[in-house]
Each structure stands twice: as C-alpha cells, then as structure tokens.
Design a protein around this ligand. Structure first.
Ligand SMILES: NC(=O)c1ccc[n+]([C@@H]2O[C@H](COP(=O)([O-])OP(=O)(O)OC[C@H]3O[C@@H](n4cnc5c(N)ncnc54)[C@H](OP(=O)(O)O)[C@@H]3O)[C@@H](O)[C@H]2O)c1
Length: 339
C-alpha cells in the first residue's frame, strides 16, 4: 500500500451561477478497506463532465444530487490494489464511478475491466466511454442520418461533438460543427475531417451557418441550447431530427431563459427527442465494436485535455463550463502504469 491517506474533493456549497473554487473543499480521509464482493482502487484518471453541474446544484433532475460534504461523483479509470471480488485481481485496470478522490472501494460487479492492449485506458472515459456512447446512440438512434444529409453539431470540438461529426461522416452525411473559437473550428475541419465549422463567438453566426449548410439542416445534434439553437431552427429542413443531448449554455443560469420560437418545428414536422445515455446501456456491445474498430482504423479521432493533480479538478471543471477545455477533459489523479 503506497499511502494510507485518501484525498477527496467534496462539495462545500451549492454554486449560484458559475461555480467558484470556494464551492469545493479538498480533504484527507483514511483509505477505506474492501469487504466481500468489493475492490479497492487507486484512481488514475477522473473524467470531468458537464452533467456534474446539475449534480451539485440540488435542482430536480434525472439523477440524485451530491449532498454538501459528499465527494463529487464522476467516472474514473483506476487500478485495483486489493480485490475481494471474483474475476478481479490486484493490478487490473478498471473503469468505474469512484468520483473525485484518489482511492475508493466499490462493488466489483459495477466495474468494467479494461484491456490496455486494445486502446489507451483513458479512452474508456472519452471516445470509447460515456461521451462516445452518447454520440453513437444519440446520432444513430435518434438522428438517423442518411447519406448526403447535413448533420450539424454544437460543442463540436468537445468529447461528444467531435465523435458525432465523425460518425456522421462515416455514415456518408455532411458534418458541420459549431464551436467557440477559430482554433477549435480549424481542428474540427483539418484534423477530424468535418466539412465545415463555424464559430458562434465571432462574426455573424446566422450568415456563417447558412453558408456552411446550403441545403439546410437535416439533423441537429443539440449540446448547447440558447442562441445557437435559435439560429439552427431557422435552417431546419422538413422532417429534420434533433437529438436533444445537452443545453450547456443554460447550466449556470440563475433564471429560466425564454424559450425558442417553436414554429419551425411545427411547419417542418421536426422530431426532437431528449435522451440520457444511461438508458441505452443495451447498445454498449455494438458501440464498443463499431467505435473501437473506427478508432483503431484511424477513422474516429479524439483529443484529450489532461490536467495533472486532483487539486486542480475544481478549476478545470469551472473552465469546462466556460469552454476552456479543448477535447475530452480528464484529471490525471495518479500515475498511469500503461505509459
Ligand atoms: N444526454 C446525455 O446522456 C449526455 C451525455 C454526455 C454529455 N451530454 C451533454 O453533451 C454536451 C457536451 O458534453 P461533453 O462532455 O462533450 O463536453 P465538451 O464538449 O467536451 O465540453 C463542454 C463544451 O461546451 C461548450 N460550452 C461551454 N459553455 C458554453 C456556452 N455557454 N454556450 C455554448 N457552448 C458552451 C464549450 O465549447 P466551445 O468552446 O465550443 O463553446 C466547452 O468546451 C453537454 O451539453 C453535456 O451535458 C449529455
């Protein structure tokens, strides 16, 4: 056992608007002991995701809130230090849900054992994990893009958005991104192969999006809401589909924002469907087979933004809510033995 001290980031206060570092506390507790059926893991990577803003808000949602003083929830990749669970042994690398802490005990049955030879272990939190699966099921099951159609995705340089555009291309559709900077747009087009990408922060978004989508929009994969959604609505084609994945522009709002004009949805017989990836776990096998294959073939690329040290998690998370991350945001909590 390398240490007996567990470092944890707990919720000190419920943020109002954009969270601040003062909403979080870094504390030290003893490393817990596993019981029958459990394993003790040390965290290697912690995933930082937009949904965490909802969990620390206390507002009603599809999942339980983090209480004051509790460790913030989060997906993790860790190494088993001690196992009292059949099928897992010390040294194994697993994907779990241990939260913002350096050690954790959890039920072995809830862990996914990873094979570091198949893909870098960090991808189990990104392109081959929850965000990748969100892109896969949201786009293919709800968006149902057909060859030649135009798919637009917002937060296009991020974990979910970057996969959405590339999967759309693999299915023969045109992919158009919307992102928060020219750098992100250049990356999305040059590195990921999107057909076009427009920045919503600079210039005239309606004109730029119209120019990028001369045939209108058939699928809009919604990640942000607000003004971007309002502009997209003016370009929707008949029978367009909108997988409603996220509304990050509203996550820090302290008042309800006025809704968009819904007329284009009516006239164009548009389907809009909210979805939560955890309801689609039955698709995990197909997702890993397809996306794992595409990653290995170099057809599905990904970028990671890795911050070193658990103590930097609050600051990095606050940056995510402001677009400061560039790629899937991860915290390296402990040494990666596969590197
Ligand atoms: N439904 C589900 O089951 C599910 C699962 C996973 C994720 N999601 C949702 O998917 C979306 C993307 O998540 P992700 O993990 O891939 O995150 P991400 O895109 O890697 O990071 C978040 C990005 O959102 C953009 N953003 C932040 N504030 C914004 C604002 N006020 N207006 C517009 N854009 C803003 C920023 O990019 P720019 O610099 O481009 O603005 C930022 O980099 C989120 O809405 C998330 O809640 C939903």
């Amino acid at each position: 056992m390398p240490t007996t001290v567990n470092r944890q980031v707990v919720l000190r206060s419920r943020p109002v608007g954009l969270p601040t570092p003062a909403d979080f506390d870094l504390i030290e507790t003893p490393v817990p002991q596993p019981q029958d059926g459990e394993v003790l893991c040390r965290t290697i990577y912690l995933s930082l995701d937009p949904y965490m803003r909802g969990r620390i808000s206390g507002a009603r949602s599809y999942a339980q809130s983090v209480e004051l003083g509790q460790v913030i929830v989060g997906g993790t990749v860790g190494q088993v230090l001690e196992s009292r669970c059949v099928g897992l042994a010390a040294g194994d690398i697993v994907q779990g849900y241990d939260g913002w802490q350096s050690y954790a005990v959890s039920r072995g049955s809830g862990l996914r054992k990873l094979d570091p030879k198949r893909a870098p272990i960090s991808t189990a939190l990104g392109v081959l994990g929850m965000p990748g699966m969100t892109a896969y099921v949201g786009l293919l099951d709800i968006g149902q893009p057909r060859a030649g159609e135009t798919v637009v995705v917002s937060a296009a340089a991020g974990a979910v958005g970057s996969a959405v555009g590339q999967i759309a291309r693999i299915k023969g559709a045109r992919a158009v991104g919307i992102a928060g900077s020219q750098d992100k747009c250049d990356y999305v087009v040059r590195e990921l192969g999107f057909d076009a990408c427009v920045s919503y922060k600079t210039g005239d978004l309606p004109a730029a999006l119209r120019a990028a989508c001369p045939g209108g929009i058939d699928v809009y994969f919604e990640n942000v809401g607000g003004e971007v959604l309002r502009v997209v609505m003016t370009l929707l084609n008949q029978n367009a589909r909108i997988p409603l994945c996220g509304l990050i522009s509203e996550y820090n709002a302290t008042e309800t924002t006025p809704g968009p004009n819904l007329r284009p949805l009516l006239f164009n017989r548009v389907l809009i469907k909210g979805f939560i990836v955890s309801d689609h776990m039955a698709r995990m096998g197909e997702f890993l087979k397809d996306c794992g294959g595409w990653v290995r073939e170099g057809r599905l690329k990904y970028r990671e933004d890795i911050v070193a040290g658990l103590d930097r998690a609050p600051e990095a998370f606050i940056g995510l809510l402001q677009g400061r991350n560039f790629g899937k945001l991860l915290v390296r909590v402990g040494e990666d033995p596969t590197k």
